[in-house]
Ligand binder design. Structure first.
Ligand SMILES: Cc1cc2nc3c(=O)[nH]c(=O)nc-3n(C[C@H](O)[C@H](O)[C@H](O)COP(=O)(O)O)c2cc1C
Length: 190
């Protein structure tokens, strides 16, 4: 699925976005326009230095071990950062697998952050892989929070994801670890 080219100009000043960053769990089911989804994914983990495949979030030794699965009402996609597009993974509505809390399954966008620990160099201690991939996920999560604050969207970072269920759903390899979910949409009215 093609995404519109991300709009990388504009947005609210960083200090205002930081001032407004917060978790909002009460999220409307209204869909996000394709342009907003495109901008969101670019902010989260997009390519910001094409010459060397640089990204909007850092990763240890630039391993870039995280993939974002994008769970929408119609299907699950994998964000292809270099092509800035969405690769179909599974048709159908699987939002009920994107988290264990109510409100997840009706929100328009759920991101699932999956680390491929096999991408780290050989010999790295398992604790380092775990720590570094969690740090990496945190940077992506904060990018999403700040984008949401800038755009007046709601965002909600979640550890409460059934990793085993998502692993089965997405047919992940043993080296791929489900880390977090993050829900995004418009704040519910009222
Ligand atoms: C590592 C981590 C895991 C989290 N997991 C969940 C979660 O599973 N469910 C949830 O509702 N909120 C989760 N949160 C959001 C926190 O509850 C929230 O950030 C905290 O209450 C502070 O609120 P604020 O984000 O509005 O400042 C998580 C936050 C972090 C950093």
């Amino acid at each position: 699925m093609a995404l519109p080219r991300p709009q990388i100009q504009g947005g609210r000043p960083l200090m205002q976005a930081l001032n407004d960053r917060k978790t909002i769990r009460n999220i409307s089911s209204e869909k996000l326009p394709p342009q907003t989804l495109s901008n969101l994914l670019w902010a989260a983990w997009g390519v910001n230095r094409a010459a060397n495949n640089g990204r909007t979030a850092p990763s240890a030794m630039n391993t870039q071990e995280i993939s974002l699965y994008v769970v929408l009402e119609q299907a699950v996609y994998l964000f292809d950062e270099k092509a800035h597009s969405l690769k179909p993974v599974l048709a159908g509505d699987h939002r009920d697998k994107a988290g264990t809390q109510s409100g997840v399954a009706t929100a328009p966008v759920n991101l699932i952050c999956v680390a491929d620990l096999d991408k780290y160099r050989d010999g790295l201690a398992a604790e380092s892989k775990t720590a570094w991939s969690n740090a990496h996920a945190g940077f992506i999560g904060q990018n999403v929070y700040l984008f949401a604050a800038s755009e007046g969207l709601a965002s909600w970072f979640r550890a409460f994801v059934d990793g085993a269920a998502v692993t089965r759903l997405l047919n992940l390899r043993p080296g791929q670890k489900v880390l977090y979910g993050q829900t995004v949409g418009y704040p519910a009215k009222g």
